[in-house]
Design a protein around this ligand. Structure first.
Ligand code: CP
Length: 306
């Protein structure tokens, strides 16, 4: 039995196979309509979500399976004090696979250790969000035709943004990837990403504070929101929340084929005036999230597609 807790749980070859399957799903959707007949997905969401939970549910329904679950801790027995470990033991009796989102780093790992069904980390605190990363990889590949030889700018809350941590982990395994990490001092990437991933792998990267100066060299700009829910005080959030706002003026500094990604939700960091720019890929990105989650469910359940 396998879980997906971190993008590194899958080798590059396995990720490439999964992305190829997601691509086939996108182009031949009816072929997959009954792959999960009789299977159930449990979505255990202790934190708010729109895209991740609903795209998981949409994915399972599109595969012919069923879904059950809860969308907040308050709507489950967590509100009465039940642990994640006990909850997943119950869920293992009710479903064939589970996706869990939790505010605490490591919650998905705890669940996996006690589970008798595959567990997918749908976001654990400020740590990792591997299925967003699969979505991001599929988007980058679809837009550029490659996952190598590019300069990726990551901008915003690089400290608490779990999507950023997972994406750096995953992209650092492909050849000739360069990162420009654009953040205010207080929201720089955690040292374990800088030291254990980037420096340990000899990846070319720089940390800068100015988005305008970084723009001309980027092939991909990955914008992120400042993660209000992870701040200890509101004053710091208010001071930092509008550190970067991508607008038409800034886009004039970008390459003509520099794509903008964002895991969403956005707050202010991308002005709506650029939603119609052909380089704005964030809504398409959310759509790819369904196909990669379909591919992941099929893969973790070990199902055959006829
Ligand atoms: N990208 C993402 O995780 O969005 P949700 O919080 O809406 O699931």
């Amino acid at each position: 039995m396998r879980h997906m807790l971190n993008p590194l749980d899958f080798s590059v070859e396995e990720i490439d196979r999964l992305l190829a399957l997601a691509d086939d799903i996108e182009h031949h959707l009816p072929k997959y309509a009954h792959v999960c007949d009789g299977k159930k997905l449990a979505t255990l969401f202790y934190e708010p979500s729109t895209r991740t939970r609903l795209s998981f549910e949409s994915a399972m329904l599109s595969l012919g399976g069923s879904v059950l679950g809860f969308s907040s801790a308050d709507a489950s027995s967590a509100a009465k004090g039940e642990s994640v470990a006990d909850t997943i033991r119950m869920i293992s009796c009710y479903a064939d696979i589970a996706a869990i989102r939790h505010p605490k780093e490591g919650a998905a790992l705890v669940a996996a250790q006690k589970s008798s069904i595959p567990v997918i980390n749908a976001g654990d605190g400020g740590h990792q969000h591997p299925t967003q990363t699969l979505t991001d990889l599929m988007t980058i590949h679809a837009l550029t035709g490659r996952l190598s030889d590019m300069t990726i700018g990551l901008c915003g809350d690089l400290k608490f943004g779990r999507t950023v941590h997972s994406l750096i982990n995953a992209m650092a395994r492909y050849p000739d990837i360069r990162f420009v990490l654009i953040a205010p001092d207080e929201l720089r990437v955690p040292s374990y990403i800088r030291e254990d991933v980037l420096r340990a792998r000899n990846i070319t990267f720089k940390e800068v504070g100015n988005l305008d100066e970084a723009m001309p060299e980027l092939d991909i700009l990955y914008m992120t929101r400042v993660q209000r829910e992870r701040f200890f005080n509101e004053e710091d959030y208010i001071r930092l929340k509008d550190s970067y706002i991508l607008d038409r003026k800034k886009m004039k500094l970008a390459k003509p084929d520099m794509y903008i990604l964002h895991p969403l939700p956005r707050v202010n960091e991308i002005a709506t005036e650029i939603d119609d720019d052909p380089r704005a890929a964030y809504f398409k990105q959310a759509q790819y999230g369904v196909y990669v989650r379909m591919a992941l469910i099929i893969t973790l359940l070990g199902l055959e597609v006829k």
